[in-house]
Design a protein around this ligand. Structure first.
Ligand SMILES: [Zn+2]
Length: 167
């Protein structure tokens, strides 16, 4: 299998594709704010898009305590086959190992669902664990784009603990 390509987008105004991505990532950021501002755990937003139409949304803990945003996106779909070939917009890199309950990682869910492209705002800060999400997606032939100009906006829903030191 051909490895996916990792692209950092620095200017979203250079193409319609990037402008659309910027728009959908902003929707994802809005989702992140719907999560509880409670430590521990990141407040992540996630939006699933097929043919420029949002087909599912999710935020941290939406469908149950400790459920990740990406997990919620898939759980809210009537039929998982709808996700095949879709693009996923995650404010933060999807997890490669689910720390809390050793449940299926979001990255594995993305790969299994047949998602074609993943957009992130920022790679996961190493607050809790070393995340291999982007690498695993690329290894599975999925292209990953990082919307660098939205990095701060994607981290902002987590300021309640990123600015502090927990030991
Ligand atoms: Zn996850």
């Amino acid at each position: 299998m051909e490895r996916g390509v990792y692209t950092v987008i620095l200017d979203h105004t250079v193409s319609r594709k990037y402008a659309k991505a910027y728009e959908f990532m902003n929707l994802s950021i809005q989702q992140a704010y719907l999560g509880s501002q409670v430590y521990p755990g990141f407040n992540v937003g996630s939006v699933l898009v097929l043919d420029d139409v949002v087909i599912s949304t999710g935020y941290s803990n939406e469908t149950g305590e400790h459920n990740h945003a990406t997990q919620c996106v898939f759980e809210k779909l009537d039929n998982l086959t709808l996700a095949r070939g879709a693009s996923l917009y995650n404010t933060i890199e999807p997890c490669s190992y689910k720390l809390y309950d050793n449940d299926t990682s979001c990255t594995k869910r993305i790969i299994d669902a047949g998602i074609s492209t993943v957009y992130i705002g920022v790679k996961e800060p190493e607050t809790f664990s070393k995340c291999e999400g982007v690498n695993q997606l690329l290894d599975s032939g999925i292209d990953v784009y990082c919307l660098k100009m939205l990095e701060e906006a994607c981290l902002e829903p987590n300021r309640h603990f990123l600015n502090r030191r927990y030991i």
